[in-house]
Design a protein around this ligand. Structure first.
Ligand code: NAD
Length: 496
């Protein structure tokens, strides 16, 4: 059976004292083995990044950007293979994997603008014959730790920008689906990246803890669940590292009585069940304002859900695939059962879907639960499965209060025809990414991505303009060249 290793200093290394099974979630079978990095392996990756740093730091941004241009072309040319690798280990259907990859490529495109992004700021004659400028210097060796649900896109949120800013990088991707990550990293080398600038170590907590404690790592970007995000942020910060840690979510959609209900329902079906609900921006709670809106929503949703097709990643006609592991499938089923036990109404039950020929796959079908209340476990916690909860409230204020009271604040949206209500909502809601009749308000690559409250620990959001700030430190230089013969005496007052 194939063993997946690490990419250190441009070379694949498959030696391992510990290994872990990699599953094909569509069949439920073990497909590969993963080498789990020990402390010396991670240290070797950090050493390679440290050695590559001086030359890379001094490589002109234009040359760094040219490598990104070639990388973008290679990603596009190899898109089908990347999507196949994602499907095999994640379970995502090709059309969904392609969407993820496209969003990742857009981050590479943004990184191609490095010469413009790193131009800095210049003031001529800030004082008499004095010029002043701010430049954005790289940090050194930086690390990224990424989740399973976007194996291609989330790493592409991080290292293209970190690298074009002049840093070198150690990536620790999810141990569930590493193959597309390694394949993509090899494409970047094919595009001309010098060895050691990007290193990939596969592993678990042991590898992560080395990245959090090693003094050579200057900054850590993390994306994953909230408890781990909090741990990463606290530990990295205590060790003097810059850190941004993006966590979990519970994304609410408010359905106003005046909403275009057919549009809202179609949007909700895609945003709640697409990618089996394993998206940090998945809409997992619909808050209907008034019983009339709630009844219409439930009736139209259950009708549309009759045609939902869950199945193996290899069948492109499927709407969504399996969950990532057997344990996660059982957890999602547990949340559905708990909702029923705690008094909610199970309208469509996806606990036992039939997927012909794939009995051992980790499937849960689309599930719709009505009359959910804020004290229920299924509401308080992130389910991360194809489950839509419906809550009934009497006013928009009540709906907004629910959202503001929730510990997560990643994404939200409102479906309405009322511009004034939408504007009030977007202005006041305590959530980082807001949609107005847009169910998945994932910012484009030239904005930045991030939630509020316990969905993000740190000051800056991911990718886009915030990434330039995260992966650089500002240096401001003030310069004067005294002309020959003109010399000022000592000045004892503050220059003004
Ligand atoms: P996870 O937190 O289990 O794992 C994320 C990373 O942390 C992996 O690389 C994993 O190896 C590592 N890790 C796991 N346990 C660790 C530990 N004890 N110590 C140190 N490192 C550890 O998350 P996941 O299951 O891979 O991904 C799903 C989660 O990610 C969901 O909560 C989802 O909402 C979140 N997510 C958030 C965003 C966002 O932008 N906010 C994006 C994607 C996913």
């Amino acid at each position: 059976m194939k063993t997946i290793g690490h990419l250190i200093n441009g070379t694949i290394d498959t030696q391992a004292s510990r290994t872990q099974d990699i599953f094909n979630p569509s069949t439920g079978e073990v497909s590969k083995q993963l080498a789990l990095a020990s402390k010396p392996t991670v240290e070797a990756a950090i050493a390679a990044a440290q050695a590559a740093y001086p030359a890379w730091r001094n490589t002109p941004p234009l040359k760094r950007a040219k490598i990104m241009f070639r990388f973008k072309e290679l990603l596009e040319r190899n898109a089908d293979e990347i999507c196949r690798l994602i499907g095999e280990e994640h379970g995502k259907i090709a059309h969904d994997a392609m969407g993820e990859l496209q969003r990742g490529i857009e981050n590479v495109e943004y990184a191609c603008g490095a010469p413009e992004l790193l131009k800095g700021e210049f003031s001529k004659n800030a004082g008499p014959a004095i010029d002043s400028w701010s430049e954005f210097q790289p940090l050194g060796v930086v690390a990224g730790i990424t989740p399973f649900n976007f194996p291609a896109m989330v790493p592409l949120w991080m290292y293209p920008m970190a690298i074009v800013c002049g840093n070198t990088f150690v990536l620790k991707p999810s141990e569930r689906n590493p193959s597309s990550v390694l394949f993509i990293a090899e494409l970047l080398h094919e595009a001309g990246l010098p060895p050691g600038v990007l290193n990939v170590v596969n592993g678990d907590k042991e590898a992560v803890d080395v990245l959090l404690s090693d003094a050579r790592i200057q900054a850590v970007s993390f994306v994953g669940s909230t408890p781990i995000a909090e741990y990463i942020y606290t530990t990295a910060s205590a060790n003097g590292k810059r850190c941004q840690a993006l966590g979990g979510a519970k994304n609410h959609a408010i359905i106003m009585p005046d909403a275009d209900m057919d549009n809202a329902v179609s949007a909700l079906v895609g945003a709640a069940f697409g990618s089996s609900g394993e998206r940090c921006m998945a809409l997992s709670v619909a808050v209907a304002v008034g019983d009339e809106a709630a009844d219409a929503l439930i009736s139209k949703m259950s009708e549309q859900m009759k045609s939902l097709k869950v199945g193996a990643f290899s069948d492109k006609t499927n709407d969504f695939g399996p969950l990532i592991t057997r344990a996660h499938q059982e957890k999602v089923v547990g949340y559905i059962s708990s909702a029923e036990q705690q008094g909610a109404t199970l309208v469509v039950d996806g606990r036992k879907p039939t997927v012909a020929g794939y009995d051992k796959g980790f499937y849960v079908g689309g599930t719709l639960i009505d009359n959910v209340t804020a004290d229920m476990t299924c509401y308080k916690e992130e389910i991360f499965g194809p489950v839509l909860l419906v809550m009934r409230v009497n006013s928009m204020q009540e709906a907004m209060q629910l959202i503001d009271d929730h510990e997560y604040g990643n994404g939200t949206c409102i479906f309405t025809r009322d511009g004034e209500a939408a504007r009030y909502f977007s202005d006041n809601i305590m959530v980082g990414m807001v949609g107005i009749n847009v169910p998945l308000p994932v910012p484009v690559a030239y904005h930045s991505f991030g939630g509020w409250k316990r969905s993000l620990f740190g000051d800056l959001h991911a990718y886009g303009p915030d990434a330039v700030r995260f992966y650089t430190k500002r240096k401001t230089v003030t310069q004067r060249w005294p002309s020959a013969g003109v010399r000022e005496g000592a000045q004892f007052s503050f220059p003004s």
